[in-house]
Design a protein around this ligand. Structure first.
Ligand code: PLP
Length: 405
């Protein structure tokens, strides 16, 4: 069968693929520890589940307004006011079927063929394909690990062209956990101060998961001018352990939100009605559930980073936010046993894929190769898994790398 060129260019999401491989091995009885999946291991809090059950019982199971029920839009507006001191009207927000869907639709309404979107690497795996699916060109800007993986004004300036339409900022970052300071954001904004046609896309999906004790800041919060040229993307998936419910949302100008509403009306229609009622409760209800999860992530962060740094050839920075460790594994290249060990993985094109294959086989540990995020010297491990798994997983990684030392 002939398929469209569009889909032939796109590879499946590597993080979901690694999770599928690990699950398939587990189903065969192999004891694999999965660090692939980017979702909290906690159950959705009880009061949120109960709101969904109530919605079903009350028959709130029909089509809703395309862009979300008014109660949820109001809850989103209130969240922006409460947490970010940002004022939006309900006509300036829209609810989508997960944050991925938010970004996908944003690309569809913003880009014409060959328009460019600047994406700092390491990046969330889905940004470049979603730009490509809208016929745009992802422009990848490399960052320096020594600089905490943050894009500098100089590297941003070098990437801007007449075709640039948007700049993606993900802070806290998936996969590095790095967080931009207000000063760093302002310096980036300064680079494009005369290019009002360029939008910032602030992906705040990990807003609530930080370890620095400093207040969260995004580009829109820095000035009214910057708010006007920033699209803020957020959702319930990570903050409230609601990955399966598929609720994401965006705030932007009314004109842009209207276009997304039109696209949504002709594609998915409304996000699931029941999930929307659950999201109202998530945003308006008890926020202490977030702190409980972040406390656990903070403890696990300590265990995983310390453990990884004790493995030969591995060096790992402390992430400032999100729930991923992104260790540099290039030191494994210098271990005496690696030259021989890697021969087995000659079909893998990339160093980080070879390391992933080695760890899967030798340590029965599933990690995601850094090449999926745009850097080949790293692998990503999600620490949104139990303390016991993390302790056992890093022990296995240590043993597998010690075999090479
Ligand atoms: N943005 C980032 C940086 C993410 O890591 C994810 C999920 O992994 C999303 C957005 C989308 O989240 P979802 O579609 O599950 O709501």
């Amino acid at each position: 069968m002939k398929f469209a060129e569009r889909i032939m260019q796109i590879k499946p999401s590597p993080t979901l693929e690694i999770t599928a491989i690990a699950n398939a091995l587990k189903a065969k009885g192999v004891d694999v520890i999965g660090f692939g999946s980017g979702e909290p291991d906690f159950d959705t809090p009880e009061h949120i589940k109960n709101a969904a059950i109530r919605a079903i019982a009350d028959g709130k199971t029909k089509y809703t307004e395309v862009g979300g029920i008014i109660e949820l839009k109001k809850a989103i507006v209130a969240k922006f006011q409460r947490d970010n001191n940002l004022e939006y009207k309900t006509s300036e927000v829209i609810v989508n079927s997960g944050g991925k869907h938010s970004f996908y639709q944003l690309m569809q309404v913003l880009l014409d063929p060959a328009d460019e979107v600047i994406i700092p690497a390491p990046y969330w795996v889905s940004y470049p394909p979603m730009v490509s699916l809208a016929d745009g060109n992802p422009v990848i800007v490399d960052t320096d690990e020594k600089n905490g993986f943050k894009m500098t004004p100089k590297s941003l300036a070098a990437a801007i062209t007449s075709k640039t339409r948007a700049i993606v900022l993900c802070s806290p970052s998936n996969p590095t956990g790095s967080i931009y300071t207000p000063e760093e954001l302002l310096a980036l904004a300064d680079v494009v101060k005369n290019r009002e046609d360029i939008l910032f896309i602030s992906d705040d999906m990990y807003e609530t998961i930080t370890y620095t004790g400093k207040p969260f800041v995004n580009m829109a919060m820095l000035s009214p001018e910057l708010k006007n040229r920033t699209v803020v993307l957020n959702g319930c998936s990570k903050a409230y352990a609601m990955t399966g419910w598929r609720i994401g949302y965006m705030a932007a100008s009314e004109a842009l939100i209207k276009k997304i509403d039109i696209l949504q009306s002709q594609s998915t229609s409304n996000p699931t009605s029941i999930s929307q009622y659950a999201a109202v409760e998530a945003l308006n209800g008890d926020q202490s559930v977030i702190g409980t999860m972040v406390e656990a992530f903070a403890r696990r962060r300590e265990i995983i980073v310390k453990g990884l740094n004790s493995a030969p050839g591995v060096s790992c920075l402390y992430p400032d936010g999100a729930f991923y460790a992104y260790p540099n594994v290039s030191g494994i290249n210098n271990l005496p046993g690696w030259k021989k060990a890697q021969e087995k993985y000659s079909t893998s094109q990339h160093f980080s894929s070879k390391i992933t294959a080695y760890l899967m086989e030798e340590a029965r540990v599933a990690v995601v190769p850094g090449i999926a995020f745009g850097t080949d010297e790293h692998v990503r491990l999600s620490f949104a898994t139990s303390d016991a798994h993390i302790i056992e997983g890093v022990k296995r990684i240590k043993e597998a790398t010690e075999k090479l030392a």
